[in-house]
Design a protein around this ligand. Structure first.
Ligand SMILES: [Ca+2]
Ligand SMILES: [Ca+2]
Ligand SMILES: [Ca+2]
Ligand SMILES: [Ca+2]
Length: 371
């Protein structure tokens, strides 16, 4: 054998070694990190425009302090924290939407300890002019806003851990909600998300059940009805569930994280019935939550996963056949849990907000590809 093929083989080995470094730890990704302090234990994050500018603001539930904290985005990567809002005992989750249809974003908070929902009506300056608390089942731990009966008034879906159920509360012209319609869950619902998984234009609910090896789907039907729950097997002990159109086919999909088995599952929606396929992605240790956005703007959504035990966010990009590969990781300020994606600085590239509850911080990961 001459030296040419040997050199070629060595060059190929060098390229493969370099690629394995890129796929593993240090991550040459264009992210700049900043930290915001929280009061106690940030359990959930929502990004919404809560004031009069065009920038997304940050609202979090503070589980230990029984409060919602709002960080107004002032532009130029600066934030102003407005006065915290008292909510019910042990707030675990929140959602943003215009509940009373006055054009101003409002917040709904699931209070796990109180078994209630706090309704915070926005003033449009990051503060809230009224607060109501409605019963929502014991261990209310996850909430979403959607118009399930398509009457133009926002409705609420809430998971009840102790009630072992998902409840739907229908909105009315007066901003009041109906008595809950209770849908039985499997064992221990800990998270839900809403999307249209069968493309019939009626919102459906995906519910992750912590003690059951699957995700329950409640398909919305015309009127105030849901089809009988059906389960999608997604491995042991699902934790987080996030809705996105991962394969860009116009049908919502959902992504499920698994704290204990170090993987996530992507369940792809399908027109008319059920789901088309599902795919697992091996992650690092203790994937808690996932955000889906097209971070590099190549037209294909990417995944950002909080790895609690690695104190980092891991990034995954799509490859062929609905599979994903790891692109790199970015360290956070502590063990990360909740994550949310949105363009905070208005440069057209999605940024990330990551809650690190034990460090009492939010890590802001600025996506600086556009700079
Ligand atoms: Ca409103
Ligand atoms: Ca409605
Ligand atoms: Ca549907
Ligand atoms: Ca899809």
């Amino acid at each position: 054998m001459g030296r040419g093929p040997w050199r070629l083989a060595r060059a190929i080995a060098a390229v493969l070694a370099a690629l394995s470094v890129v796929a593993g730890k240090p991550a040459p990704l264009p992210w700049t990190k900043a930290e915001l302090s929280t009061t106690n234990y940030a359990s959930a994050i929502v990004l919404a425009n809560l004031d009069a500018d065009s920038l997304l603001d940050i609202a979090i539930t503070d589980y230990g302090a029984n409060k919602v904290s709002v960080f107004l985005d002032l532009g130029r990567r600066g934030f102003a924290r407005v006065a915290d809002v008292e909510v019910g005992f042990a707030p675990q989750d929140l959602a943003a939407g215009d509940i009373n249809r006055d054009g101003i974003a409002d917040l709904v908070v699931a209070n796990e300890g109180a078994g209630s929902l706090s309704l915070l009506i926005g003033r449009g300056d990051g503060t809230f002019r009224s607060q109501a608390e409605v019963p929502a089942g014991g261990g209310a731990n996850s909430v979403a806003i959607a118009d399930f009966d398509r009457d133009g008034f926002p409705d609420l879906a809430v998971a009840s851990l102790i009630g072992r159920s998902v409840s739907v509360l229908y909105g009315s012209p007066h901003g009041l909600f109906s008595v809950p319609v209770v849908l039985p869950a499997a064992i221990a619902p800990i998270n839900l998300a809403v999307g249209d998984f069968d493309r019939d234009s009626i919102p459906d609910i995906a519910e992750a059940d912590h003690l059951y090896d699957g995700v329950g789907i409640y398909s919305g039907r015309p009127g105030r009805r849901f089809a009988e729950r059906f389960d999608v097997p997604v491995g042991q002990r699902p934790c987080g569930v996030t809705v996105a159109d991962v394969d860009v086919d116009g049908i919502d999909d959902f992504i499920v994280t698994h704290l204990r088995s170090d993987q996530l599952w992507i369940v792809y929606g399908r027109s008319h019935k059920g789901y088309r396929s599902r795919r697992s992605v091996a992650t690092g240790h203790r994937p808690y939550d996932v955000a889906c956005a097209d971070f590099d703007r190549d037209g294909r959504p990417d995944l950002a996963v909080t790895l609690e035990e690695e104190a980092a966010v891991a990034f995954y990009e799509p490859v062929h056949d609905r599979r994903f590969r790891r692109r790199g990781i970015v360290p956070t300020g502590g063990a990360p849990r909740a994550i949310a994606a949105g363009d905070l600085d208005g440069d057209g590239f999605a940024d990330l907000v990551v809650a690190c509850p034990t460090a009492r911080t939010l890590s802001i990961l600025w996506n600086v590809r556009g700079h």
